[in-house]
Design a protein. Structure first.
Length: 416
């Protein structure tokens, strides 16, 4: 770890732990819990699996669109304000899900939920990590984004039990209140940039940098303004290759995650299902931490290609539905890819295009990938209905989408 002196740890690592804690709540109560909400809502006579799946799709679509505004806010103002507003909106929306009785109410609440999630999760979180780290960015991002998986490990099984024992109507307000725990995390530990504490990226003292530059006659710009503008980034083939690839990669990933609860229930009892839904996020934690080390040592592009291949393979294994063992192995392998592909997108963008307009470039790429995250749950839900309410064909569709994503990524060429 880079240190500000011989005895004091660089504050950026505290930022990493705070973001990991924040993402535990935001992802656990949204990203991984959608399969619980989807099945709970589908039990209401007013909704079906298809209509509930479409609501999940709206969550990701509105979140992607809102991300453009979130990026501008994060670029110009204190990131804690953005996170706080998003957490409050998400908490209220989640609590309101227990009261919806018509489709338009469901879609409206889920749209607000998506906006709140966008403002309180990945865009501000990854922006903070890229601002605070350059030398060990991959490891810092892998540790911070472990919170995405911890949410599924710690909160999703708890929420399954909560819904089963108290009913969804009672559990939803409790889960909404849990989302508000993001607020103290943000205001106690987060800071928008190293400059807020008189530091430069990686913990160097501003005075030391100025002294070194003066002695060397250098006029080096601060690292936080290095890199491309969005106008420059979009002119290259690589930006479009990555962005288009992630539409299909996220379609496969989020579609698979959103329906894993229903898939598991085809083979398992309710109690076994509660345990099975923890396999994916546990595997995601180990996969992401291992991936953070691998990316620091080897080619990020080759590792990304390997993860995309593994995603398609694991989804195909889940589609076969042969036995409990193939289900568990498939979920574990799928979890390895979930953890890494989510981490790799912001890491690839930061490495390829720098930090000058990172929030804007990432928000545009995130908006495009949200088309996939929005389509995934609804598409798999539609295929599920057409396939006589069985999940084999939907997961083969997800695997095929992953293959398309891999081909588009390869078409983008090598990172500059």
């Amino acid at each position: 770890m880079t240190e500000t002196d011989n005895s004091q740890m660089y504050y950026g690592w505290k930022i990493v732990i705070a973001i990991m804690s924040l993402l535990t709540f935001t992802s656990g109560l949204s990203f991984y819990n959608h399969s619980i909400y989807l099945n709970s809502l589908a039990e209401n006579p007013a909704f079906t699996v298809q209509s509930a799946s479409f609501a999940v799709s709206l969550f990701f679509l509105t979140g992607g669109v809102a991300g453009l505004w979130v990026a501008k806010w994060v670029q110009e103002y204190d990131v804690r304000i953005c996170i706080s507003c998003g957490a409050i909106l998400s908490g209220l929306s989640l609590a309101s899900l227990s009261q919806v009785n018509t489709e338009w109410q469901l879609y409206f609440v889920y749209s607000l939920f998506g906006v709140g999630f966008s403002a309180s999760s990945l865009i501000p979180a990854t922006t903070l990590v890229t601002r605070w780290f350059q030398k060990r960015r991959a490891m810092a991002l892998s540790i911070a984004s472990t919170g995405l998986s911890l949410g599924g490990v710690l909160l999703t099984p708890f929420c399954v039990i909560l819904v089963e024992r108290l009913s969804f109507e009672t559990a939803a307000p409790i889960m909404g209140a849990m989302y508000l725990l993001v607020l103290p995390i943000a205001w106690i530990w987060l800071r928008s940039s190293p400059e807020d504490l008189g530091l430069a990226i990686d913990g160097e003292k501003k005075e030391e940098i100025a002294s070194l530059e003066s002695e060397a006659g250098s006029h080096r710009e601060h690292s936080t303004v290095d890199g491309m503008t969005f106008a420059e980034a979009r002119q290259g083939r690589f930006f479009w290759g990555v962005s288009l690839a992630y539409i299909f990669l996220m379609l496969a990933q989020v579609g698979g995650i959103s329906h894993q609860y229903g898939l598991a229930r085809e083979l398992l009892t309710d109690s076994q299902t509660a345990m099975a839904v923890a396999i994916l996020p546990v595997a995601s934690i180990f996969g992401r931490l291992l991936g953070g080390w691998v990316v620091d040592q080897f080619s990020i592009r080759l590792f990304s290609i390997f993860m995309m291949c593994l995603q398609a393979l694991s989804l195909s294994l889940l589609a076969m539905g042969v036995s409990i063992w193939t289900l568990c192995i498939g979920l574990a392998l799928f979890g390895m890819t979930v953890g890494n592909l989510l981490m790799l997108q912001p890491l690839i963008i930061a490495d390829a295009f720098g930090l000058r307009e990172y929030p804007r470039i990432f928000s545009i790429a995130n908006l495009m990938s949200s088309w996939g995250t929005a389509t995934g749950p609804a598409l798999l839900g539609l295929v599920y209905g057409l396939n006589t309410n069985l999940y084999s064909l939907p997961y083969f569709v997800a695997a095929a989408a992953g293959v398309v994503g891999l081909l588009l990524f390869l078409a983008g060429g090598k990172m500059k």
